[in-house]
Ligand binder design. Structure first.
Ligand code: COA
Length: 185
């Protein structure tokens, strides 16, 4: 089943938006287009183990193709420095009528672009677009030890809703809790 975008509401972020990060570098923020695929595959391939430590790899070509097959219903934002993609946000619209207007978010930034404000800016933009598209709620799951990510999600309005105990098996060979977070739009 597909949930269609309400008529008259654009499913794109408009023209690329210029962002100045806390370290002075300038990136542009835009919606993903099919021709961005190779650059996105390259970004994930160049992520350090540390940057992926709290993720669910592999972030390979097959995964990226799955994410980007339904661009009309989902929201994919990319941050770019010249030809290189340095950040990706994927907002997935859950395709069941009983989950009408409910989306799930994930975000990954290249390690050289973390902790300089980009994640916060991308989340704010995604929330703005989700509101325009008529979403009701955004949810996400984050490892409880991923403090920078939780800080960003709380800054943009997400609330902690619950804990899934010891569900993430880390590179440290230990189980970690995950936090369920949500934002009502
Ligand atoms: C998580 C991620 C998206 C955050 O984006 P970002 O651009 O690095 O974050 P920002 O710079 O916008 O904000 C980070 C905030 O966390 C704070 N922070 C950083 N490290 C922290 C820590 N260890 N504990 C608490 N706060 C921390 C920063 O001070 C900043 O808050 P401030 O703006 O109030 O000073 C990004 O770092 C990333 O892609 N990480 C790797 C992949 C990942 O973990 N994705 C999330 C999976 S759920």
């Amino acid at each position: 089943m597909r949930i269609e975008t309400p008529p008259g509401i654009p499913n794109h972020a408009g023209s690329p938006q210029a962002l100045t990060l806390k370290n002075g570098s300038a990136v542009s923020l835009a919606t993903y287009r099919p021709e961005d695929k190779e650059a996105l595959v390259s970004m994930y391939a160049s992520m350090s183990p540390e940057a992926l430590k709290w993720g669910l790899p592999p972030y390979d070509r097959a995964r990226i193709e799955r994410w980007t097959t339904d661009l009309a219903n989902n929201i994919d934002l990319i941050a770019r420095l010249e030809q290189k993609i340095v950040g990706h946000l994927h907002l997935f619209k859950i395709p069941f009528e009983r989950r009408k207007g409910v989306g799930e978010v994930l975000i990954y930034l290249h390690q050289d672009f973390q902790n300089i404000g980009l994640g916060t800016m991308m989340m704010k933009k995604a929330i703005e677009i989700a509101k325009e598209k008529g979403f009701h709620r955004l949810g996400l799951t984050v490892v409880a030890d991923n403090h920078a990510a939780i800080k960003v999600y709380e800054k943009v309005g997400f609330k902690k809703e619950g804990i899934a105990r010891e569900t993430f098996y880390g590179d440290d060979h230990r189980y970690h809790d995950e936090v369920e977070m949500g934002l009502l739009l």
